[in-house]
Design a protein around this ligand. Structure first.
Ligand SMILES: [Zn+2]
Length: 58
């Protein structure tokens, strides 16, 4: 069993899934909201949420 953590931002009033972005310069790989730029560690408006999804495929 594998657990996937999916991140969402509801800055627009609708939960939008964050997309992982790799920033080469500081080697972080954080999901970022394409709309407001919030990330799990930089979330000034507290719009970022996550949901763990279990996969039983393996
Ligand atoms: Zn957002």
């Amino acid at each position: 069993m594998t657990v996937f953590r999916k991140w969402y931002c509801n800055c627009s009033g609708v939960e939008k899934e964050l997309v992982p972005v790799t920033m080469i310069e500081d080697e972080t790989d954080e999901p970022t909201c394409p709309k407001c730029g919030a990330t799990p560690s930089s979330d000034p408006r507290h719009t970022v949420r996550y949901r763990d999804q279990e996969s039983w495929d393996d």
